[in-house]
Design a protein around this ligand. Structure first.
Ligand SMILES: Nc1nc2c(ncn2[C@@H]2O[C@H](COP(=O)(O)OP(=O)(O)OP(=O)(O)O)[C@@H](O)[C@H]2O)c(=O)[nH]1
Length: 399
């Protein structure tokens, strides 16, 4: 019995010891003893970028407290695209095909006639008719034919190349390559150059103003346009559109305003803005309407208060042929025309009008219009013009 009691006491003591040991272990772990190293954590897979949501706050706003309502999306403004006009150098060469096409009959027809085996009276008459038919004018035709007769006789046997060179030489000669065809569009003495654009209705004045502005801008000048055509509201609109395309400023008045006053204001503004050139578009007028022609004289006088007008360009429609010449002559009596712009040369087979205009008016053709495109206006060059007229293909012997 005593043994049993002793064994029970020993067993109880052992159990108590075991429990105490377990509790001690647990407590000591919680007390901060170094834990055995944990297995390494594998790297997290890359997080795909979150696509921006329309209401996402832009980075610059991170410091701003969040607004209650989501910010309205910003308004997208369409940027004004200012065009870069084509360089003016070589434009006539670029437009050569257009010129060759419209003048095919004139230039190549003449060459074919000259290439005939026997240049008898009949052929010379045909040559004469061909020149007159191409609007060269009677006087210039006679001069060209006389010289050609003389030179072909001296030449004796003639090759196609020689004949072409001969004809080209004569045509360039009557176009007088020594004339000054530059545009006076450079600032002088601190004031802008002033160009006045005049002509009959529909000749292409407004279009020409827009195109000349592009020519000048392409050559590195700054331009301001004055819409002194106050009769036709659409003309001012048209001019504003042209100006907008090249980033030029326009001065316009209310419909029906005094065109002289609009022209004066345009030059005034050009002086303030220090532009190189002010281009003034005027209303179309018939040469026999005395009141309108007087008005043109007034525009010029009023503008001249700022300083002399540097260039008065007369715009002539090449398709009106000889009729246009009489109109042109009257203009030269009212204003001092310094240069002619011959438009719509792409629309006539009578390129000889260039010769007639210069002869009749004694004023150089400075620019030619060869289409409705914005850069279809070219500085006129007699040699390039004649070259386009005559083409370069080898000649047949007979027409
Ligand atoms: N084919 C061709 N058309 C041209 C040329 N130049 C001008 N035009 C066209 O001629 C038409 C008349 O041109 P405008 O510039 O409005 O003429 P405008 O002289 O200002 O007319 P008004 O103000 O009414 O006197 C337009 O359709 C132009 O596109 C050219 O060189 N070739």
């Amino acid at each position: 019995m005593d043994n049993l009691v002793v064994m029970l006491i020993v067993a109880g003591v052992l159990v108590l010891l075991a429990v105490g040991l377990t509790i001690g272990l647990v407590v000591s772990r919680r007390g901060g003893r170094a834990a055995p190293p944990l297995p390494p954590i594998p790297p997290a897979p890359p997080v795909p970028p979150v696509p921006p949501t329309p209401t996402a706050v832009p980075p610059t706003d991170v410091l701003t407290p969040p607004a209650e309502a989501p910010p309205a999306p910003a308004e997208v403004e369409t940027p004004v695209v200012v065009e870069r006009p084509e360089p003016t150098a070589g434009r006539l060469v670029r437009l050569r095909a257009r010129l060759s096409r419209s003048q095919n009959v004139f230039g190549k027809g003449l060459l074919s006639l000259l290439s005939r085996d026997h240049l008898d009276e009949e052929v010379w008459e045909e040559i004469e008719d061909s020149l007159i038919g191409a609007d060269v004018g009677v006087e210039a035709t006679r001069e060209i034919v006389d010289r050609l007769r003389e030179r072909t006789a001296v030449l004796g046997t003639r090759s196609a190349t020689e004949l072409r060179a001969l004809l080209a030489d004569e045509l360039v000669g009557v176009l007088d390559p020594t004339l000054d065809r530059s545009l006076r569009a450079t600032r002088d003495g601190g004031t802008p150059a002033v160009l006045l654009v005049v002509g009959v209705n529909g000749a292409g004045k407004t279009t020409t103003c827009g195109k000349v502005a592009r020519v000048l801008i392409a050559d590195g000048r700054t331009v301001l346009l004055g819409a002194a055509d106050t009769f036709r509201a659409a003309a001012a609109e048209q001019l504003t559109t042209w100006a907008g395309r090249v980033g030029a400023e326009v001065v316009r008045g209310p419909e029906g305003a005094d065109p002289a006053s609009v022209a004066f204001d345009a030059v005034q503004r050009g002086i303030e803005a220090s532009v190189d050139t002010v281009l003034v578009d005027t209303a179309g007028r018939l040469q026999n309407k005395v009141g309108l022609m007087d008005e043109l004289g007034k525009i010029k006088r009023v503008v001249s208060r700022h300083g002399a007008v540097d260039e008065t360009l007369l715009v002539l429609d090449a398709t009106t042929g000889q009729n246009g010449l009489e109109q042109a002559r009257v203009f030269t009596e009212v204003v001092d025309v310094t240069g002619v712009v011959l438009t719509k040369l792409d629309g006539t087979a009578k390129g000889g009008i260039v010769i007639a205009v210069q002869r009749k008016l004694g004023i150089p053709v400075k620019l030619v219009g060869l289409g409705e495109g914005p850069d279809d206006l070219a500085p006129f060059d007699p040699a390039q013009f004649v070259d386009a007229l005559l083409g370069t293909e080898p000649l047949g012997v007979d027409a």
